[in-house]
Design a protein around this ligand. Structure first.
Ligand SMILES: *[C@@H]1O[C@H](CO)[C@@H](O)[C@H](O)[C@H]1NC(C)=O
Length: 283
């Protein structure tokens, strides 16, 4: 009976690199495989659904390839999806991601991946996964994702302009022509050790709050910072955090567009003055 089920599954998924009829074994998810530590189970199938059979040479390094994408938080179930292929749960049957889960993750994450200079890989072609919603991992209920509907989302963009020692007028203009302005510290870690290399350090402070929510803004900027890593590299110096006044807009589609960053040096009087004056200023 079990054999028949496996055979059927194998026939239904002709494109999968992995032959569902082949013998597999169950091994503990290695601790070095940090992207799949929070999946909610401890044992995985080997070979996995991507056809990797060596933990050290394939599974762990390939899972690391996905870390820059996962750190952006591009989709709440991105890790669940990727880990269901990299470290499939060890149950009596093979549990693949449903096509609908793949499509949901791909639609949110492929643009971020493109921003990082990579394409959505052939091995994750959503047509390879079962269209029927039974016996596969499906996306979480729609109402949950509705919660985050109205919130601004980070997106791929060209790196915002950085202006050193701006004039008072320049800063006032930037404040007038943006939806929000935030005082923020950006940091590049010397030894990331599993954390993101770039970080929004400490609290963020609003000069102009606009449509942003106080509790969500630090995380929003953090995600934005991790989308374009070469931009992050140019903004965040290693070791010591750089303070900025950052201005931006929320586009009609809800995505964030950062427009200007003014490095806020201690001796710079213009930025401090502008942040105090702009409300009285005739924009
Ligand atoms: C990412 O930032 C780099 C460097 O600042 C910039 O040249 C590049 O255009 C940005 N990438 C995208 C896709 O906008």
């Amino acid at each position: 009976m079990a054999f028949l089920t496996l055979l059927t599954l194998a026939l239904l998924t002709p494109g999968l690199a992995f032959d569902l009829g082949q013998t597999t074994r169950c091994v503990p998810i290695p601790p070095q495989m940090s992207v799949c530590q929070d999946v909610g189970y401890g044992e995985m199938r080997l070979p996995n659904f991507l056809g990797h059979s060596s933990l050290e040479r394939e599974v762990v390094p390939r899972s690391e390839d996905w870390r820059p994408l996962l750190q952006t938080g591009c989709h709440p179930q991105a890790a669940t999806f990727l880990c269901s292929l990299l470290a499939p749960v060890c149950l009596d049957t093979f549990i693949q991601p449903c096509r609908s889960l793949c499509v949901a993750v791909r639609d949110s994450c492929a643009p971020v991946l493109a921003c990082q200079g990579r394409v959505w890989p052939e091995a994750l072609d959503c047509d390879r996964f079962p269209a029927q919603e039974d016996m596969c991992l499906s996306p979480i209920a729609k109402h949950v994702s509705h919660l985050s509907k109205g919130l601004p989302k980070p997106a791929c963009q060209s790196c915002p302009v950085v202006e050193e020692f701006p004039s008072l007028k320049k800063v006032l203009d930037a404040l007038c022509h943006s939806d929000f302005a935030i005082k923020v510290k950006l940091l590049r870690r010397r030894a990331p050790l599993g954390q993101p290399e770039f970080e929004v350090e400490g609290r963020v402070e609003f000069v102009r709050q606009g449509p942003l929510l106080p509790y969500a803004t630090r995380n929003l900027l953090q995600q934005w910072l991790l989308i374009n890593l070469s931009c992050a590299r140019s903004l965040a110096p290693p070791g010591r955090a750089q303070l900025y006044l950052l201005t931006g807009r929320v586009r009609p589609d809800g995505t964030l567009a950062l427009t200007r960053l003014f490095p806020w040096h201690k001796k710079d009087a213009h930025i401090a003055l502008a942040t105090r004056k702009w409300k009285q200023h005739k924009c």
